[in-house]
Design a protein around this ligand. Structure first.
Ligand SMILES: [Zn+2]
Length: 311
């Protein structure tokens, strides 16, 4: 898959490395072509209506421990419920590549954002695993990720992680639900972003490998979950217009070109390919699992302060 979720380069994860790099250009193109033709007609029509590139989109399912499967439309590692996607007005550029999402969390309503983390057993649909609880090491990654965002001085946003084996959830209480989605491959995940009512993204879904290998690469799982929570609270990719981080890591052959005007977050650097790049931003499209510290950089912190100023 070319664009499905956060890409990771990792020497220590040899098998994952192979997965990430085994696609030749032709393979990728073939996969992309299949993705285009495999988009449901209603999604394809909407993508075209919004004047977006169908190759950048795919449809997967977000899953919940009660067995619920919700179709979502993905671009990069950002997912939107299909029903919401189909309602986007044609003059809306909310899916344009941006540094911040169209909507942010209303912190008057959400004084604390509850992050519900599923830690229970695998739930099956017949013989097919659907959803699994996070490993101990991945749970630590969540704690570290929450701490990353909460420790930014001058931000009013407060995240609170709660760990549960319960397979049901109260829709009036849960805000962002983190699970292992059994259908995802490689090391990565995807996330929802805030909605028009000021609610945080409803889900973060990580792959089984991310959870399994978390104890071998604790900084990488911290990075992955910090990144996905970043989407759930309103960040887009720092290198939105080039995916330069993926090129630098050899995961993609050349920079992508995106020209939709971005909504840049005040106090952060613009992304100007070849001139201004932030190799260590947590919100880059790709990262190196071997070298990441899993921490926010200065401009990630500045960005959070700008989105959720606390004074
Ligand atoms: Zn992302």
């Amino acid at each position: 898959m070319k664009l499905n979720y956060l890409k990771v380069s990792a020497l220590v994860l040899t098998t994952l490395m192979v997965l990430a790099t085994s696609c030749s250009k032709d393979d990728v193109d073939n996969e992309a072509a299949q993705e285009v033709s495999s988009l449901p007609r209603d999604v394809l029509n909407k993508v075209r209506e919004l004047d977006l590139n169908p190759e950048a989109f795919e449809v997967k399912h977000a899953v919940y421990p009660d067995g619920t499967k919700i179709p979502v439309v993905l671009t990069d590692d950002i997912a939107m419920e299909k029903s919401r996607f189909l309602k986007i007005p044609s003059d809306n550029n909310g899916l344009a590549k941006q540094y911040q999402t169209e909507f942010l969390i209303d912190t008057d309503v959400h004084e604390e954002v509850n992050i519900i983390v599923y830690t229970g057993p695998t739930i099956f649909d017949g013989d097919t695993p659907i959803v699994t609880g996070l490993s101990e090491a991945a749970q630590q990654g969540v704690r570290d990720a929450v701490e990353n965002w909460n420790s930014v001085w001058g931000s009013r946003l407060v995240l609170r992680a709660e760990f549960t084996t319960a397979t049901t959830f109260d829709p009036d209480f849960f805000e962002t639900f983190i699970v292992v989605n059994s259908s995802l491959e490689g090391f990565g995940g995807f996330a929802d972003f805030p909605d028009e009512n000021g609610n945080p993204g409803n889900f973060v879904q990580i792959s089984p490998n991310s959870s399994t290998f978390a104890d071998r690469v604790p900084d990488a799982i911290e990075h992955l979950i910090t990144h996905e929570l970043g989407h759930a609270i309103g960040f887009r990719h720092t290198d939105w217009n080039s995916r330069q981080s993926c090129v630098d890591l050899g995961l993609e052959p050349e920079p992508s070109v995106e020209e939709n005007p971005p909504a840049r977050i005040f106090g952060t650097l613009p992304s100007i390919p070849g001139i201004i790049e932030q190799e260590d931003s947590i919100m880059n499209a790709c990262f190196n699992a071997d070298t990441t510290t899993g921490e926010l950089n200065f401009f990630d912190e500045n960005g959070l302060r700008s989105l959720y100023r606390g004074f």
